[in-house]
Unconditional design. Structure first.
Length: 412
């Protein structure tokens, strides 16, 4: 199987995409999903977050939720809201937010290449979240949440996707409630499909930007469906649903930190400890770090600019060089006692899309004691970590704009 393959996508019927398209299942909690489906009977959230159609106290991981997702998918098929393309295609997918534009390709990505490490990871996964996605795939016999992949920018691929988009109007052109415009073109010409397949086959690697649990779950489902000798076939269940973008069009926002208490220190003692490792400067305005090695800190109604001391040498390996790692090593761990940010309930994470106001509000409310704003991780840093087979700290990257659920699904 090639690195990528076309597939017969399950899509909204013509003119129905605006009714169907939904935010990714994992950026909403149940209460938010319930609000978004009000008055929207065909929202894909009825499939991706099917607990919205069950009593409010329903566990999102209960068997009834997966059964309801299957029922809702069958209903949308029976009513003709979702239809399957007659033959395998790729799909050009363009995201537009303000002045930012990125154009990628919806594909079935090879699970064999994922298992072999040609499609590279940079995060650990949690078994409970993998289990959830496995049960969802098995209940639907389909993959509905695309994995966000990145490839090193290649002029030939960029030109080919641009030509497809320029040749005809998009079949889908909708603007979501968050202001992001989603456009979709099916790639139907056999020659163009083969050209894209071969162009991607010449790439050394693809990189998972977002969707580690979805890709891991797809791999588990594929393994369970292989024939007795362990050989993988060429069926749809040996690929995973993905959208691949060139690295130079991707945008990573900051992923910031909040801590519930000062680990027994008062504010003065805490600032003294911080000043042992950072230059600490009060700021009359919120601090959005302009470069690596600079951090914003919000404490007791005051913003501070923190700059790592010149006495601290730069880290040699790509994981330790990340700002999320340096904040952990020099402040969160030794001063605030956050030794395991994956499990410590004293720390929380806020994606940059919520802005610095999302930090100040939670500190001012008394819910949190201190907030930290970070410079965004660069995509080159992500790829360097993945190339070494290393793992980034949790919540290192926040990609915007987000893909929509429901525009293309992969039936197994």
């Amino acid at each position: 199987m090639s690195l990528i393959q076309p597939f017969a996508g399950l899509r909204p019927a013509p003119g129905r995409a605006a009714e169907v398209a939904a935010p990714p299942y994992d950026v909403l909690n149940t209460a938010e999903a319930r609000r978004l489906v009000e008055g929207r009977p065909w929202s894909f959230l009825h499939i991706s977050r099917a607990e919205v159609d069950l009593p409010e106290d329903t566990d999102p991981y209960a068997s009834a939720v997966y059964a309801k997702a299957h029922e809702n998918l069958e209903r949308m098929l029976a009513e003709g809201v979702l239809v399957r393309d007659p033959e395998p295609y790729y799909y050009v997918y363009r995201l537009i937010r303000g002045e930012h534009v990125q154009t990628g390709l919806v594909v079935s990505a090879s699970i064999a290449d994922y298992d072999a490490g040609r499609i590279k990871k940079h995060e650990f996964t949690r078994p409970s979240k993998e289990d959830d996605r496995v049960r969802q795939i098995q209940a639907l016999d389909a993959q509905t949440g695309p994995v966000l992949l990145v490839h090193r920018a290649t002029p030939d691929i960029d030109r080919t996707l641009a030509a497809v988009a320029a040749d005809q109007p998009p079949e889908v052109d909708i603007t979501a409630a968050d202001g992001v415009r989603h456009q979709l073109w099916p790639v139907v010409g056999r020659g163009v499909i083969e050209h894209l397949t071969q162009a991607f086959e010449r790439l050394d690697s693809l990189y998972i930007a977002d969707g580690h649990h979805r890709s891991a779950a797809a791999s588990r489902v594929a393994a369970s469906r292989r024939c007795g000798d362990g050989e993988a076939g060429a069926g749809a269940d040996q690929g995973f649903l993905a959208v691949v973008f060139p690295h130079d069009q991707m945008r990573i926002l900051d992923y910031n930190r909040l801590v519930r208490d000062l680990s027994g220190l008062d504010a003065g003692a805490f600032l003294e400890r911080v000043a042992e490792r950072f230059t600490v400067e009060p700021s009359g305005t919120p601090v959005s770090p302009e470069r690596p090695g600079v951090f914003g800190m919000y404490l007791q109604g005051v913003w501070y600019r923190l700059t790592l001391s010149d006495a601290i040498p730069p880290a040699a390996d790509p994981v330790a060089a990340l700002d999320v790692s340096r904040l952990q090593e020099h402040l969160l761990g030794p001063i605030l006692g956050i030794q395991d940010p994956r499990r410590d309930e004293r720390i929380d994470f806020v994606g940059g899309i919520r802005g610095l106001a999302g930090l100040t509000a939670r500190v001012d409310s008394g819910e949190m004691a201190v907030a930290f704003a970070l410079h965004p991780t660069r995509l080159e840093e992500l790829m360097a970590v993945a190339d070494r087979g290393d793992v980034m700290p949790p919540k290192s990257t926040w990609f915007e704009p987000k893909l929509a659920d429901g525009l293309v699904s992969l039936v197994l």
